[in-house]
Write a protein that binds this ligand. Sequence first.
Ligand SMILES: Cc1cc2nc3c(=O)[nH]c(=O)nc-3n(C[C@H](O)[C@H](O)[C@H](O)COP(=O)(O)OP(=O)(O)OC[C@H]3O[C@@H](n4cnc5c(N)ncnc54)[C@H](O)[C@@H]3O)c2cc1C
Length: 300
Amino acid sequence: MERRRRPATGRRGDPARRAEVAEVVRAAAAAGLRVAPQSTGHNAAPLAEQGLRDVVLVRLSELTGVTIDEEARTARVLGGTLWCDVVAAAAEHGLAAMHGSSPDVAVAGYALGGGLSWYARRHGLATNSLVAVELVAADGSLVRATAEDEPELFWALRGGGGNFGVVTALELRLLPIADVCAGMLLWDRERAPEVVPAWTAWTRDLPESVTSSMRVMSFPPMPELPPFLSGRRLVVVDGALLEDDGRAAELLAPLRALAPEMDTFGRFRQRDCRRCTWTRPAPLLRSPATPCSATSTTTR
Ligand SMILES: Cc1cc2nc3c(=O)[nH]c(=O)nc-3n(C[C@H](O)[C@H](O)[C@H](O)COP(=O)(O)OP(=O)(O)OC[C@H]3O[C@@H](n4cnc5c(N)ncnc54)[C@H](O)[C@@H]3O)c2cc1C
């Protein structure tokens, strides 16, 4: 059954680039090739596993940009935009986005796939903060999906990843969170038998204002790393508490009682993100010459 689709409006985004994406998709279809969108390549492994034969890789890394609507508390981000740019732009307005732990992950892959943010236990998955998704569909048409227009496509996109087209823009709801208590606690790996069950027990009764993760990490000896990481095997608990300082200290007390060797929890203003040294991602589809430098196992 043919469905009438409402075209994405031309007044927003970057029409030239969107038209370029549409052209690539149409050309690929005409040549009998498949299309794989990619923003950063952070999650490139599944693509490689499926095989890239007869696939046109559409890199969105240059289709970036953020516009904040302070009154509506929404952000409009172009298809290849990184979280660091959204967090910084939202912070200018005292707002927070549903970002995760890494500044150089792109909004598209993260939000389309679910997106577990530091505010997840209270505010849900980032995918549910999406209010609109614009994409180039398989036939090369530009589509705007919202709860009202293309509701089934909008439903499928939220969790369905990049399977329904090349996303050229997303609109997402922001949260009125200007600052947050956040940080990490760190122990040597030897303390894992004590710390891991303590963290697990701690999470059972926590209010939904707290989202945290626990990782067991191994770092190779590298001069680029600070001494507290280089060559170390560590247990790291990090997270965010949407609480005032007093209540946050009360909630963190059981973990602090385990005497972490490092404790960075404190009040953190979203605006300060701009001062962080956030690096851009390495070249897409990383080459063997730039191997991942650390291994970690995360539980959240
Ligand atoms: C250091 C690090 C920390 C992380 N922390 C978290 C976290 O805290 N919470 C969390 O939930 N996840 C986290 N992740 C996982 C991350 O959300 C996923 O790896 C995500 O898929 C990355 O999205 P990407 O667009 O950057 O990657 P890509 O590899 O470019 O894309 C991932 C998938 O999304 C699709 N895609 C990307 N862009 C588009 C587009 N414009 N249109 C259509 N499809 C597209 C791709 O086809 C691919 O299937 C983390 C990952 C890393 C590397």
